[in-house]
Design a protein around this ligand. Structure first.
Ligand code: HSE
Length: 419
């Protein structure tokens, strides 16, 4: 019998207890033994969760209980769970977590401590999709050429509703929170940080890259307006928040931002809270993983899978997929050197000579226009909607800075990268 202690019995923790109870027969057959949740730690003891486990508000009741084999960390945050998880590992308990923020900052320190003890984290990326398993085990024969995907269900849900039903940003964000998709602080979702945490975890498994959120390009969907959505529709694009990892010879680029993606691409068709991640390996070619990226049961499905795996085998796979460092290590590509096509929305005073001056600044920054459209806007202004050929990130950023300070440019130009 394997005994589990859950630290943080919220939506996901409650689903973990229920799945272990509802599917106990198949789970114990798969695990080779019974699995029982003995204790759950909560902040508020007065709330009835309707679960037949011991409930406490003292983490030590789990960490000091010698009967507990596996600690499931679902408390959220970064430094507090880091201390809790370290204590669990040091006392010989296996750990399962869904905490991507913790891993985005401390995965390498945890991998060091967890050398002989199981530490699993399937639920930390894309909820119910077994992407860690696929990347760490199923694709381990390959050099990973790229990873690209929808890694935040909240943003995808919001963009889908804004595009298909014209729902306002604030209204739809509130709905995503009520449905339990959004993080406790939803700026982690809409600001791109949640997707970045997940991308960093995948990048470690794929490339052995030890990068922190501060090291990579992270933007959210908070600046996307209905004008951008209309442009996207008119030109056959969907707007998606994507996490992207791309390898060239010696460098890997890692970035999270809103993207314009052609409507007939598979990823452009993923709607609602669903996640989808494409992984291209040098030998296997493109593989695609699709499923629910948020929500109690979907996330708990991945947590329970990790518990079963530990019950079966104890510890076998290296936590981040590498048993020793790779020779000829890959390095992180500086953001300034990223190359992409770009969409720009520039709100300008609608008067003679403006267009000529704008195009001159494009030329000076070595940026070539692919399409250009002008739409009348409020108070004798116009929106210039421009897409570019492939350009360098540093040139685009420099050009935006120059445009922003011209007196006939009314706001900071909006930019979305085109995939
Ligand atoms: N807030 C996250 C999302 C939950 O919307 O995808 C799953 O990590």
């Amino acid at each position: 019998m394997i005994k589990v202690g859950i630290i943080g019995v919220g939506t996901v923790g409650t689903s973990v207890v229920q799945i272990l109870r509802d599917n106990s027969e198949v789970i114990s057959a798969r695990a080779g033994q019974d699995i029982e949740v003995k204790i759950g730690v909560v902040k508020n003891l007065n709330k009835d969760r309707g679960l037949d486990i011991i409930i406490t508000d003292n983490i030590d009741d789990v960490l000091n209980d010698e009967e507990i084999d596996i600690v499931v960390e679902l408390m959220g945050g970064i430094e507090e769970p880091f201390e809790v998880v370290k204590r669990a590992l040091k006392s010989g308990k296996a750990v399962v977590t869904a905490n991507k923020a913790l891993l985005a900052y401390h995965r390498y320190e945890l991998a060091d401590i967890a050398k002989d003890i199981a530490f699993e984290y399937e639920a930390s990326v894309a909820g119910g999709i077994p992407i860690i398993n696929a990347l760490r085990d199923g694709l381990s024969a390959n050099h990973i050429l790229s990873i690209m995907g929808i890694m935040n269900g909240t943003c995808n849900y919001m963009m889908t509703e804004m595009t298909n039903n014209g729902v306002d940003y604030d209204v739809i964000l509130k709905e995503a929170q009520e449905l339990g998709y959004a993080e406790a602080d939803p700026t982690f979702d809409v600001g791109g940080y949640d997707a970045a945490h997940k991308l960093l975890i995948l990048a470690s498994i794929a490339y052995g890259i030890d990068a922190k959120p501060e090291d990579i390009l992270i933007e959210g969907i908070d600046n996307v307006t209905s004008e951008d959505i209309d442009f996207a529709k008119e030109f056959g694009y969907a707007i998606k928040l994507l996490g992207i990892a791309k390898k060239d010879e010696n460098e890997v680029e890692l970035r999270v931002h809103a993207c314009l993606i052609k409507k007939d691409e598979m990823i452009a068709k993923i709607d609602g809270v669903m996640n989808a991640i494409s992984v291209v390996g040098d030998k296997v070619g493109e593989t695609l993983y699709y499923g629910p990226g948020a929500g109690g049961d979907a996330t708990a499905s991945a947590v329970v899978a990790n518990i079963i795996d530990i019950a079966r085998s104890g510890k076998s796979t290296p936590m981040l997929g590498f048993d020793k460092p790779m020779e000829g290590k890959l390095t992180l590509k500086p953001t300034a050197n990223i190359e992409s096509k770009y969409y720009l929305r520039i709100n300008v005073s609608d008067k003679a000579g403006v267009l000529a001056q704008i195009t001159k600044i494009f030329e000076e920054n070595n940026i070539s226009v692919e399409t250009m459209l002008q739409r009348p806007s409020l108070n004798k202004s116009a929106n210039l909607l421009i897409s570019t050929h492939i350009a360098l990130e540093k040139n685009i950023q420099n050009m935006i800075k120059e445009l922003e300070f011209l007196d006939f440019v009314n706001n900071r130009p909006m930019m979305i990268r085109i995939v």
